[in-house]
Write a protein that binds this ligand. Structure first.
Ligand SMILES: [Zn+2]
Length: 653
């Protein structure tokens, strides 16, 4: 996933614990073992009720009807079970706001017989535990159920909220723990299963899933029948289950890649993503074959809450990365990279999220470097690292760790900038110390060794110790590794890339703020998106109003169609007290539901009573176009602003 949720959302009650010095598992084998020898993890997942050490789902068959009017998926989920504990006689599943109509077990004669079950009262974070009594330890269970119109993992859009305005649209977002709101299952990344699905929908809706899409065919030419079948032959964790339906058409971008989008968007999207096939080839040359068959992208309406979601075979992407110059396609590199880091080798629990996001952010950078050059890759690294340097010290100590101590927070909050940017920083440090030849060989071997497994931080570290740290002594000590993974903050000697272009921008910004050069004399005509982002990111938190007006007069930032630039511009202009940008900022907030680009504008407004009132009015109008996950994040901003006395307009961050 590519997000960047600010840690605004981390509850303050997190207990700050002393630095962790846990013992590392002893390494036993200096060579890479075949994948089948990887032990199944039994790490407890505090975000799931499931007991996968007792019984595991190995395959799921979904038979669902999709109803736009009722905003509902209804039907049956049939799970094949592998019983591990000989004493186990019950199955615990995760659900959220599901109505359970019937639960049956398969008998040896092939008949289905009713089973006793109980649905517990909902927990705010985890949802409702479904306990199924299975004294016969049946090989399969079938649950007949319906979703709620408010399911946290589904968004239902009216035709007016789509680009074409003619047909309704729906899509899922299962990561982190929202799959349970549309399928009853063991909703933990430590459980992997294959799946099949049969979906009935209105005839004019194209249905797509994170699987081989039997109906759409490779060239997207299959007719819309209203009757679709899907197969995922590889074992995936539950957060990669995905579905979308709407007026979707296909355009190819290569022999195994293409774009799905609404008709008016598919051409520009295919143009923006025309390098997808080359990205796959670069990743394969570094990390071995792409093992999933096709790689297609689905461009969602602007309410999609994230940059992208790495649903296998079908990355879901925000339209905010289609800006006409490919400057934001690193989101595609990121989601593609997950085909190795995350989808192939998966974190066992959300606490191990950096194994997905840190590794993926690192691989993303390598793809960007190979295709678009080191200068751009370094600029993207610097943007992230400078931002993390600025924010990490303000986080609770435990949240600053790659592998935090257990904490009772929403799984959505486990994936912070620390997982993405400190995680990838650690890998870049390893790369620099050991050199690309040794580091790349280790990383490729790591993906091969743990392929199709879900692993803990400690399993990854044992592999790293045997196959890199101990193999090439004197490059990095084990204490340094532990400081990166279990320590707070960023180690003092963490390497930062050079960027002469960013250095020049630092000088220009300083001269401009000091009144030595006028806004229209900035060398900004040749700045790319990343360079504008860098210029704006490092303006003072509360810049002088006159300077902001000069910038706007010279470069017309208000109303920019580039949302990365827009978000940074509005945050600073609002902080400067420039009311002239308010309406355009409201337009940005209403147009875009991607959390990372819309959420930061809200706290910028919330610093003054007038601004807060304006943001609340804007939210009331924009709310219907936001995903439930976006709404939750924004409502937390309002709750926080209302909980403390309203500061004057000179308040700084
Ligand atoms: Zn990601």
């Amino acid at each position: 996933m590519r997000l960047s949720i600010l840690l605004l959302s981390v509850p303050c009650a997190i207990v700050v614990l002393a630095a962790c010095n846990r013992d590392m598992p002893a390494s036993t084998s200096p060579t890479i073992a075949p994948a089948h020898t990887v032990a199944m993890t039994t790490q407890h997942d505090e975000h799931s009720y499931a007991e996968p050490d007792k019984v595991r789902i190995t395959d799921l068959a979904l038979d669902l009807a999709l109803d736009f009017d009722q905003r509902q998926l209804a039907g049956a989920a049939t799970a094949t079970l592998h019983w591990l504990d000989p004493r186990a006689t019950q199955l615990l599943l995760d659900t959220r706001e599901l109505t359970i109509d019937k639960v049956e077990g398969a008998a040896s004669n092939g008949q289905w017989t009713p089973l006793q079950y109980a649905l517990a009262a909902p927990d705010r974070i985890l949802g409702s535990k479904l306990t199924i009594q299975m004294p016969q330890r049946n090989p399969a269970v079938r649950i007949t159920y319906r979703t709620s119109p408010a399911a946290s993992g589904l968004q239902w859009l009216q035709p007016s909220m789509t680009q074409g305005k003619q047909q309704p649209f729906m899509f899922s977002q299962s990561e982190a723990i929202h799959a349970r709101s549309w399928v009853p299952l063991q909703d933990t990344p430590s459980v992997r299963f294959t799946y099949r699905a049969h979906v009935l929908a209105p005839k004019d809706a194209m249905v797509l899933m994170s699987a081989q899409n039997d109906a759409a065919a490779a060239d997207g030419s299959a007719p819309r029948s209203g009757d679709y079948r899907f197969t995922m032959r590889e074992p995936i964790p539950s957060y990669l289950l995905a579905i979308a339906a709407g007026d979707l058409v296909f355009q190819s971008t290569g022999k195994r890649s293409g774009v799905w989008a609404e008709p008016a968007m598919v051409g520009p999207a295919a143009k923006e993503f025309e390098d997808t096939e080359k990205m796959i080839e670069v990743a394969e040359s570094l990390y071995g074959p792409y093992r999933w068959g096709r790689y297609d992208l689905l461009v969602l309406p602007p309410s999609f809450p994230f940059g992208g979601m790495e649903n296998p075979n079908m990355t879901f992407a925000t339209p905010t990365i289609i800006v006409g110059d490919k400057s934001l396609v690193s989101v595609v590199s990121h989601e593609l990279a997950h085909s190795w880091s995350g989808n192939l080798v998966t974190m066992a629990t959300w606490r191990d999220g950096w194994l997905n996001e840190g590794f993926t952010t690192y691989v993303q950078g390598r793809i960007t470097e190979a295709l678009y050059g080191k200068a751009l890759a370094d600029e993207e690294v610097l943007l992230a690292e400078r931002n993390l340097q600025k924010t990490i010290g303000k986080m609770p100590e435990n949240a600053q760790r790659l592998a935090p101590q257990p904490r009772r927070i929403d799984a959505d909050d486990e994936l912070s900038d620390v997982a993405y940017d400190k995680g990838s920083w650690f890998l870049r440090t390893l790369e620099q110390r050991f050199g690309r030849e040794y580091f790349d060989a280790w990383l490729k071997g790591y993906f091969d060794h743990f392929a199709w497994h879900s692993i803990t931080t400690e399993q990854m570290l044992a592999n790293l110790k045997s196959n890199l740290i101990d193999k090439y002594p004197g490059k990095m000590s084990w204490d340094e590794v532990k400081e990166w993974v279990y320590g707070a903050g960023i180690p003092k000697d963490a390497p930062i890339p050079d960027s002469p272009r960013f250095d020049a921008i630092d000088k220009e910004r300083a001269s401009f703020l000091a009144g030595k050069i006028a806004a229209d004399k900035l060398d900004a005509k040749n700045w790319n998106t990343q360079e504008w982002m860098y210029f704006l990111d490092r303006l003072p938190d509360v810049p002088p109003l006159a300077k902001m007006r000069q910038l706007d007069a010279a470069w017309h930032l208000t109303g920019t169609p580039n949302a990365e630039i827009g978000m940074r511009w509005y945050v600073h202009a609002i902080a400067a007290g420039d009311k002239a940008v308010w309406n355009a900022a409201a337009g940005h907030m209403t147009r875009i539901g991607r959390i990372y680009l819309t959420l930061p504008v809200y706290p910028a407004f919330a610093k003054t009573p007038d601004g807060l009132a304006f943001a609340e009015q804007t939210y009331a109008k924009a709310k219907d176009g936001y995903h439930p996950i976006t709404r939750t994040a924004i409502e937390r901003v309002f709750a926080k602003a209302q909980a403390k006395p309203r500061a004057g307009k000179t308040a700084s961050k």
